[in-house]
Design a protein around this ligand. Structure first.
Ligand code: ATP
Length: 492
């Protein structure tokens, strides 16, 4: 979460944001009009990386779990969906404004930042106490109490330096719009704030059409929209973002077993795509959402600290029961093993594609200083897992003459049908290697005069910069194997 009292962005994040823009990963939305807060576009490299992450998630969910299937529900849903899910009544964040700076904050985040300050100053109990008091006030909907707590804690606006705070108000995070062209016929509908409900409302359809047997899961990737009060930290908190969610339907009473299984499986998945164990941790929720009986976040150590990347929630039968009540359709499963009808319990895994992208990018961004012949050289590269890198190989003839470009084109044509490959003949080899390093291309294939004689090429490995000579005939096999999702699947 954005911490208003902390400096805007840590240095390293600034470098990563600049890199993402310069090399075509992420651009601010509608930048020519000075951008739109908390909305971003993915560029030519970013879209490839993001698609790889989504594909990897999708395939590991549906391909490696024979009892998980996917759907693609619409963004617009019947408005009663959001009544049943509780979003209309309680998808709120408490906001507060500073009258002098005219800046808006999330009241809970101001207090959380204060609690962190206590912890950092060696008094974590005081911080915990503050968090408990805040939770009690929010639970009792005592918004004036929250305001008083902010004032009594001496919390000031970091911009104006004053505590001239307005009252605290609840702010619903859903975007609404009108559906229907004629004013009298139009109705208010919402842009979905989570993809999960598209799965719940299709539970019966999938269960029946797919002849599914519990336990089974339904996975979905799609856009979600939240009118976040404070949007900072680049693509960590966006107003339009993408979620990858899976709802796993189980027999009541077995949900804890499945919750633990999915929690561990998801942690392993993040490690398999290259996120180091030391930068990942669980954060168990003590205060549970209205629908959950257990919840844990997988946090990643971003440049601004450990923050939520994925949530694993045991959602009980809350959603299906609410939909049953409001729609009057029976959301039941007949379990032939115990000869009973019941509303299944649900364990959810929910990861933001953009937050995962940011974690992967932050982890891959590497600045190294090497000393070559007494001269210090700085090298920046993206140490991406080869399976998710936007470009897998670059084919580079050492010169533009002597038939090398023709030979290189031949090799390029060999590779490009199997893996995303770039061909480049402009500039020195050093410059071309650097360009590939900056976008994280794991393999550079160099074509030289020896290639013409014995049909061998050199492969330069991005991370070690080591080169090896291999027969051109082996290239397709080697590169497709090294960049295949299978390398990741094998670890799961
Ligand atoms: P936070 O506490 O950070 O607001 P949340 O607990 O509300 O997150 P969930 O509702 O559990 O998040 O959503 C599941 C996942 O969706 C999160 O773990 C995160 O990866 C992603 N996500 C949620 N909100 C955003 C957002 N505004 N921008 C980008 N990703 C988001």
């Amino acid at each position: 979460m954005a911490k208003p009292n902390a400096p805007a962005e840590p240095g390293n994040l600034k470098d990563i944001i600049a890199h993402a823009k310069e090399y075509g990963f992420v651009f601010p939305s509608s930048e020519i009009y000075d951008g739109l807060a908390a909305v971003y576009d993915y560029g030519q490299m970013g879209v490839e990386l993001k698609n790889n992450l989504k594909q990897l998630w999708w395939r590991s969910m549906t391909q490696l779990h024979p009892n998980v299937v996917g759907i693609d529900a619409a963004i617009f849903m019947h408005p009663l969906t959001w009544k049943a899910s509780g979003h209309v009544d309680s998808f709120n964040d408490p906001m507060i404004d500073n009258r002098d700076s005219k800046k808006r904050y999330r009241a809970d985040q101001l207090l959380e930042a204060k609690a962190e300050q206590y912890a950092a100053a060696g008094d974590p109990d005081k911080g915990q106490g503050l968090l408990y008091r805040m939770a009690a006030l929010l639970g009792a909907e005592d918004l004036e109490g929250v305001r008083q707590l902010i004032i009594s804690e001496g919390i000031k606006c970091p911009i104006s330096g004053t505590d001239n705070w307005t009252e605290v108000r609840q702010f619903n995070l859903m975007f609404s719009t009108q559906i229907g062209s004629v004013a009298e016929d139009s109705a208010t509908i919402y842009l979905r704030p989570e993809t999960a409900q598209g799965i719940f409302v299709n539970f019966l359809n999938v269960y029946k059409s797919g002849r599914m047997k519990i336990p089974f899961g339904i996975a979905q990737i799609g856009k979600a929209f939240r009118n976040e009060i404070v949007a900072r930290q680049f693509i960590f908190r966006m107003r339009e973002f993408e979620q990858m969610e899976m709802q796993f339907f189980v027999r009541p009473g077995t949900e804890m077993e499945w919750y633990e299984k999915w929690r561990d499986a998801r942690l392993k998945w993040h490690q398999a795509i290259g996120l180091p164990a030391g930068k990942l941790k669980f954060h168990i929720h003590e205060k549970l959402a209205h629908y959950a009986n257990a919840a844990v976040d997988i946090e990643f150590e971003f440049p601004f600290g450990f923050k939520e990347m994925e949530g694993i929630h045991s959602r009980t039968d809350f959603d299906l029961t609410s939909h049953q009540e409001l729609s009057k359709k029976k959301m039941q499963y007949f379990d032939p093993e115990i000869n009973q009808n019941y509303i299944p319990y649900v364990v959810e895994t929910s990861v933001g594609a953009d937050r995962l992208f940011l974690a992967v990018l932050c982890n891959a961004y590497t600045e190294e200083t090497t000393v070559e012949e007494g001269v210090e050289k700085k090298r920046t590269y993206l140490k991406l897992h080869p399976a998710i890198a936007p470009v897998k190989a670059a084919v580079l003839p050492v010169t533009k003459k002597d038939g090398l470009p023709e030979k290189a084109q031949e090799i390029f044509n060999l590779l490009r049908f199997d893996v995303p490959t770039i061909y480049e003949e402009k500039d020195s080899m050093g410059k071309r290697y650097t360009r590939q390093d900056l976008i994280g291309t794991p393999f550079c294939i160099t074509i030289d005069h020896q290639t013409l004689e014995d049909n061998t090429v050199t492969i330069r490995h991005r991370d070690t910069m080591e080169q090896e000579r291999v027969p051109a005939d082996e290239l397709v096999g080697r590169i497709t194997y090294a960049t295949s999702f299978k390398r990741i699947f094998e670890q799961l």
